[in-house]
Design a binder for this molecule. Structure first.
Ligand code: FAD
Length: 459
C-alpha cells in the first residue's frame, strides 16, 4: 500500500480520474495473458503525456517505488505482472496515431495505440505495419516494441525491431530521450534504440514511436496443406524455402487444435489430419499465382496428403480465423496451459516435433501445437491444472525437457514472448554468465535503483 501523500502526488500529476486504487481495479491489473502469474499493484495510473510519465518516474525513482509499464496486458510471459507491487503505469490513454506519412512510408504513434486500430487506419492509405502478433485486438505498440513481437508475417517481413525507426522514451531518471530517428539508415553512435526494443519494460517507458511501413500487396492467396504426420508437415516448411519461395506466412496447426477449432466453430477443417500448414503468398497477382502453384507441387512431393487452394478471400479468411483462434482454443479447454515459445532453426523443425511427441508420451501429457512454422517458432502447449500438484509438477518437467530439446537443436528459449517471469530459470541456465553480467550492467546504467519492472528477466 502506497502512503497517502504519494497517492496524492500521483493524482496531482495525472488527475484523480486517472488513478485507480479500488480492490477491483487492483485485481484487474494483477495478471496478464499467462494463467499462472498474479500479483496486485498498489496503484494503477493512466498518464496522458510524456511529461506526466517523466514526473511519475522521477517520483518513483526518488521513493524507490517499482513501476511496471503496461499496454494491453496481453503478453504471455508474466511481463506486465507487478510482482513487487508499486505502480502499474498503463499507457492505454495515450492512443493517438499522430501522423501517417505516405511520402516517407512512416507513421508516428503513441504507445497505447492498439495494433488493430493502426492496421485499419493504415489500410485506408494502402499501407501496412508488418509485425502481426495474433493478439492484435488488444496488443499496443508500446507492448509490441517492449517484447519485439512477431507474428505469422515475420517469415517474409521480419519482426518488430525491423520496423521501428525511432522512439521517444522516458528513463527512470525522468529524462525524456529520443533514440534512433526517422530515417532508414542511422549509424550515429551506439545503437541504443535496439537495446530498448525487447527490453520488456525494464529500462524505461516508450512514449512515442516512429514506425516503418510498407505498401499493401495488391494480391494474396492461401493454400492449406494437409498431413498425416505432423513432423512431415515440419519438413515442408524448409522444402518450400529451399526452393527459393518465401511465402508471406507459413503457420502450423496440429490435430488437437484442428479438432478443437471444429468443435468451437465448425468450418470443414480436416479433423482426421495429424496437422495442416497454412501458406499465404502476397505480392503482384501473377507472382502470387505462380508461387502458390509451386508450393502445391513441393508440399505434395514432400508428403502432403491433400492440398486446398482457397478459391477466394472469404475461404482464406476462414482458414486464418481458425489459426487465430488457436490460443483461445487451448486456454478455454483446461485450467492451466503451459505454452512455450521456443524457436529452432527451420531445418530442425521435424526433429524438434518428434522430440516434443516423445516427451509428451514419456510424461503422459495431453499436448497440442500451433505455431509460426515459417520462422521455426512453435508454441507447443501442455495442458494441466495448477491445483493438481502431481499433474502440474509432471507438466513442468515435460515443458522443461521441451525447452532443453529446442536449445540442443540450436534453438532459443523465446522467439517472441520474451523472458518475463516465465523463462527465467532457463535464461540463467543457457545464457553465458558474462553475457548476463553485461546485460545487468546495461540495466544498472539505465535504472540504477531498479525501479523499472523489477523481478523480470533474471531475478
Ligand atoms: C491470444 C494471444 C496471441 C498472441 N500472439 C502473439 C504473436 O503472434 N506474436 C507475439 O509476438 N506475441 C503474441 N502474443 C503475446 C502478446 O500479445 C505480445 O507480447 C504483445 O506485444 C504484448 O502487447 P501488450 O500491449 O499487451 O503489452 P503488455 O502485455 O501490457 O506488456 C508487455 C511487456 O511490455 C512492457 N511494456 C508495455 N508497454 C510499454 C511501454 N510503453 N514502454 C515500455 N515497456 C512497455 C510491459 O512492462 C511488459 O513487460 C499473444 C498473446 C495472446 C494473449
Amino acid at each position: 500500500m502506497l502512503q497517502q501523500h504519494l497517492l496524492q502526488q500521483l493524482e496531482s500529476i495525472v488527475g484523480k480520474e486517472n488513478v485507480l486504487t479500488s480492490p477491483e481495479s487492483l485485481k484487474a491489473y494483477s495478471y496478464d495473458g499467462t494463467t499462472n502469474w498474479i500479483h496486485e499493484p498498489d496503484v494503477v495510473v493512466f498518464p496522458t503525456t510524456s511529461e506526466q510519465i517523466s514526473q511519475i518516474l522521477k517520483l518513483a525513482n526518488r521513493e524507490k517505488i517499482p513501476v511496471t509499464p503496461r499496454g494491453g496486458g496481453t503478453n504471455v510471459s508474466g511481463g506486465s505482472v507487478p510482482v513487487q507491487g508499486g505502480i502499474v503505469l498503463c499507457t492505454t490513454k495515450m492512443n493517438k496515431i499522430l501522423k501517417i506519412d505516405k511520402e516517407n512510408l512512416t507513421a508516428t504513434v503513441e504507445p497505447g495505440v492498439v495494433l488493430q486500430d493502426l492496421t485499419l487506419q493504415l489500410a485506408k492509405e494502402g499501407l501496412f505495419f508488418p509485425p502481426d502478433p495474433q493478439s492484435f485486438l488488444g496488443a499496443t505498440l508500446g507492448g509490441i516494441i517492449a517484447e519485439n513481437a512477431g507474428g505469422p508475417a515475420c517469415v517474409k517481413y521480419g519482426v518488430t525491431k525491423q520496423y521501428i525507426l525511432g522512439i521517444e522514451a522516458v528513463l527512470p531518471s525522468g529524462d525524456i530521450v529520443n533514440l534512433g530517428g526517422r530515417t532508414l539508415k542511422n549509424v550515429v553512435g551506439y545503437d541504443l534504440l535496439h537495446i530498448f526494443i525487447s527490453s520488456e519494460g525494464t529500462l524505461g517507458v516508450v512514449t512515442k514511436a516512429e514506425l516503418k511501413l510498407r505498401p499493401l500487396p495488391p494480391a494474396r492467396k492461401t493454400l492449406m496443406a494437409v498431413y498425416d504426420d505432423v513432423a512431415v508437415a515440419g519438413e515442408s516448411v524448409y522444402r518450400v524455402l529451399e526452393n527459393a519461395i518465401i511465402p508471406g506466412k507459413i503457420e502450423l496447426m496440429d490435430n488437437w487444435i484442428i479438432r478443437r477449432i471444429e468443435e468451437m466453430m465448425p468450418m470443414g477443417l480436416p479433423v482426421d489430419a495429424d496437422a495442416l500448414l497454412l501458406f499465404e503468398c502476397d505480392g503482384i497477382p501473377e507472382a502470387v499465382d505462380k508461387e502458390i502453384e509451386q508450393i502445391a507441387e513441393i508440399v505434395k512431393k514432400y508428403g502432403a496428403v491433400d492440398v486446398r487452394i482457397a478459391k477466394d478471400q472469404a475461404e482464406a479468411d476462414k482458414y486464418w480465423m481458425a489459426r487465430k483462434a488457436g490460443f483461445a482454443a487451448t486456454f478455454g479447454k483446461t485450467p492451466t496451459v503451459l505454452s512455450e515459445d521456443v524457436t529452432v532453426p527451420r531445418g530442425n523443425i521435424p526433429a524438434f516435433i518428434r522430440k516434443i511427441k516423445e516427451i509428451a508420451k514419456k510424461y503422459d501429457m495431453e499436448n497440442c501445437m500451433v505455431g509460426h512454422a515459417g520462422d521455426g517458432n512453435l508454441h507447443p502447449s501442455v495442458l494441466t491444472d495448477i491445483k493438481n500438484k502431481e499433474h502440474y509438477d509432471r507438466a513442468v518437467k515435460a515443458v522443461d525437457e521441451i525447452i532443453e530439446a529446442a536449445v540442443e537443436l540450436g534453438g532459443v528459449l523465446s522467439g517472441e514472448h520474451g523472458i518475463g517471469l516465465e523463462k527465467q530459470k532457463f535464461f540463467n541456465k543457457v545464457t553465458n554468465p558474462v553475457v548476463i553480467n553485461l546485460m545487468k550492467n546495461v540495466k544498472a546504467l539505465f535504472d540504477p535503483n531498479n525501479i523499472m519492472n523489477p523481478g523480470k528477466i533474471w531475478d
